[in-house]
Design a binder for this molecule. Structure first.
Ligand SMILES: NC(=O)c1ccc[n+]([C@@H]2O[C@H](COP(=O)([O-])OP(=O)(O)OC[C@H]3O[C@@H](n4cnc5c(N)ncnc54)[C@H](OP(=O)(O)O)[C@@H]3O)[C@@H](O)[C@H]2O)c1
Length: 280
């Protein structure tokens, strides 16, 4: 395997690099400075020259609120749609396998039970629409691909909800956190392991959903993050925190298809505790 990682400076990309390092697997890591996926010619030239056989695509525009308005709206389209098209076209031209990461925001959050991979998406914000368009691009361009939808990502390398809560707890005695958005937290390590597992175990190509098991609201997640700290966490409604992008209220994605591959998932609580022990 000749492995290329795009978006290697991000939360997930950095985790993946560390995982492959630990396994002694060679790869090339690129950030936007080395390989700008919005630059079609650069991407085509890179693939023609380097001919990677596996592409872990961790590059994305992830500013969910900024994506609602210019200039973020244009960047969202450029990176998440056209950038994905550039990568997929180039990857297909050299016969590579592409691993594309998508989001629970492809769903509208009106389903009170678990979403299956086969359920019809209905994204309610610009980021979700662009990531879904990215999925379609991969499905229509690639012969060999994994699309891995994930949600509520946290990990050691970048901005995320766990770090935000831990930081706020240093300066506040009370915090207000929304209790009417429910989802499944995902540790970058679990997600990175699954991406590598798919390739190594020759899992059937296609669309998968992957997070840690269990579900919670952001309020419940915050309570668990701060369980050992002297901070009062108050539950509030989303209406009290107006944001530019709409957040779906209840997206719990089914993990049955990923689990049926034999991949073992830990609960979000265990994952959180392991992560907090790691960064202590
Ligand atoms: N974070 C979440 O809660 C969440 C939830 C669901 C799904 N996801 C998906 O999970 C994946 C990984 O997300 P993440 O949290 O790791 O994101 P992240 O930390 O924001 O990292 C994204 C990376 O993409 C790179 N990038 C942006 N524009 C690029 C371009 N034009 N060319 C090449 N690289 C570019 C950036 O590279 P530079 O730093 O080098 O500019 C950045 O390091 C994404 O597909 C995201 O949509 C994330």
């Amino acid at each position: 395997m000749k492995i290329l990682i795009t978006g290697a400076n991000g939360q997930l990309g950095t985790e993946l690099c560390h995982l492959l390092d630990a396994k002694g697997i060679d790869y090339t890591a690129t950030g936007s400075a080395q390989l700008d996926i919005t630059d079609r010619q650069q991407v085509a030239g890179y693939f023609a020259r380097e001919r990677p056989t596996v592409v872990y695509d961790c590059a994305a525009y992830t500013a969910v609120d900024a994506a609602e308005e210019e200039p973020g709206r244009a960047v969202n389209q450029a990176v998440n749609v056209r950038g994905t098209q550039n990568l997929a076209t180039a990857a297909e031209s050299v016969g590579a396998t592409l691993v594309y990461v998508s989001t629970d925001y492809v769903f509208d959050g009106t389903n009170p039970v678990e979403y299956l991979e086969s359920d019809t998406p209905n994204p309610q914000n610009a980021y979700g629409r662009a990531k879904l368009a990215g999925e379609r691009v991969v499905q229509t361009t690639m012969s060999a691909y994994y699309i891995v939808r994930t949600s509520w990502v946290f990990g050691a390398y970048g901005k995320n909800f766990v770090y935000t809560m831990q930081k706020l707890a240093q300066t506040h005695h009370e915090l207000a956190v929304v209790n009417d958005q429910v989802g499944r937290p995902t540790w970058t390590r679990t997600l990175a392991k699954f991406m590598v597992y798919c390739l190594n175990e020759k899992v059937a190509y296609g669309l998968y959903q992957l997070s840690n098991t269990g579900s919670c609201s952001w309020y419940e997640f915050a309570c668990e993050i701060l369980r050992d700290q002297d901070v009062k966490v108050n539950a509030v409604e989303s209406a009290q925190f107006p944001q530019k992008a709409y957040r779906p209220r209840h997206v719990v994605m089914s993990l049955a298809k990923a689990e049926a591959t034999g991949f073992k998932l830990m609960s979000w609580r265990d994952a959180l505790h392991a992560f907090q022990a790691q960064i202590k």
